[in-house]
Design a protein around this ligand. Structure first.
Ligand SMILES: Cc1cc2nc3c(=O)[nH]c(=O)nc-3n(C[C@H](O)[C@H](O)[C@H](O)COP(=O)(O)OP(=O)(O)OC[C@H]3O[C@@H](n4cnc5c(N)ncnc54)[C@H](O)[C@@H]3O)c2cc1C
Ligand code: FES
Length: 280
């Protein structure tokens, strides 16, 4: 994979860039050539045009993409150089959009239409809800068409309520949303991972999917494996090229033969079977 093989790469106009919570923004882009290409769980690189610093695009999950209007949304946390500059972007500015990239959630079903479980427990920390909305919407559409779809639960955790973005988009897709904060300022007081056993209770075959900071993903994996549940993680590992060239995003991965090998998060992920990753 390189830039020539990328499906979409262009400077696109910013439609809006609004603050959702502390250090958390949603950017809306007008990208009709990009929106129809996106599969749930994929990401895109955003780059600031005309700037050499930062040089490389930064990866962000595609939160929403509407092929009809061409609108594409990403939700981002301000953590460093690029996101700080991006938070000043205004309607009419442009950003470079590259992608969509990565495997997406259909890796869970191996591309088959039928999801291998009767409940999907999505566990998100920080901005970890971002790769889940398009998946939830896809299942809502299946249900509306009379097709089979799992019950959906989103367990969302943040340090405090000031960092919690609105989650109404999920409720509108029929998702049961349960929140947790470490300081108890909203929802359950404690770690979001504490909520997994109760969310799994009553399901015949629950599947856990998680996105968030590494310590949270590790805790999700330990909870899920303790309950013998399948567990998938969407990694937010730092990337350099984001295009499969530099191997700066590799993770250790257990192969079918039980040997440790490496996989590139930007090409082979970002979604991996948690049972194949190293968590210690
Ligand atoms: C597949 C994928 C999807 C992602 N989706 C989102 C999303 O939807 N919303 C969102 O806010 N972020 C997301 N991220 C993380 C996002 O890419 C980083 O926050 C961003 O690259 C930071 O860029 P920066 O220039 O602002 O920070 P930098 O100046 O590059 O770094 C600032 C600080 O953050 C650290 N850092 C940088 N990137 C990461 C990272 N990925 N994980 C942990 N620490 C990091 C650096 O070590 C440094 O300390 C995703 C990452 C991946 C790989
Ligand atoms: S970031 Fe360069 S290969 Fe993945």
């Amino acid at each position: 994979m390189n830039l020539k093989q990328t499906k979409f790469s262009a400077a696109v106009p910013v439609v809006a860039n609004e603050r959702l919570a502390a250090d958390t923004f949603k950017i809306t882009l007008d990208a009709p050539g990009f929106a129809p290409l996106v599969k749930p769980g994929q990401f895109a690189l955003l780059r600031l045009p005309g700037r050499l610093d930062p040089l490389c695009g930064r990866p962000f999950a595609v939160y929403d993409a509407d092929p009809a209007s061409g609108r594409v949304e990403m939700i981002y946390l301000v953590v460093g150089k690029m996101t700080r500059i991006l938070s000043d972007a205004a309607a009419g500015d442009t950003v470079e959009l590259i992608g969509p990239s990565g495997n997406g959630w259909e890796v869970i079903s191996g591309g088959a239409q039928r999801f291998p479980g009767d409940r999907l427990i999505m566990v998100a920390g920080g901005v970890g809800q971002t790769p889940f909305l398009l998946l939830a919407r896809q299942f809502a559409q299946y249900r509306a068409q009379g097709k089979s779809a799992p019950d959906l639960t989103l367990l969302y955790g943040a340090r405090g309520s000031e960092r919690m973005p609105p989650l109404g988009d999920f409720a509108r897709c029929g998702v049961e949303v349960i929140t947790a904060t470490e300081d108890g300022s909203a929802g359950y007081k404690g770690f979001v991972t504490d909520l997994i056993p109760r969310a799994a209770a009553g399901a015949e075959s629950a599947v856990v999917a998680a996105c968030g900071p590494k310590p949270m993903l590790r805790a999700v994996f330990h909870q899920a494996s303790g309950l013998s549940l399948p567990c998938w993680t969407s990694l937010e590992s730092p990337m350099s090229c984001g295009l499969g060239i530099c191997f700066g995003c590799v993770v250790e991965y257990r192969t079918d033969e039980g040997k440790w090998d490496y996989r590139r998060t930007c090409q082979d992920g970002p979604i991996f079977d948690a049972y194949r990753l190293k968590w210690d």
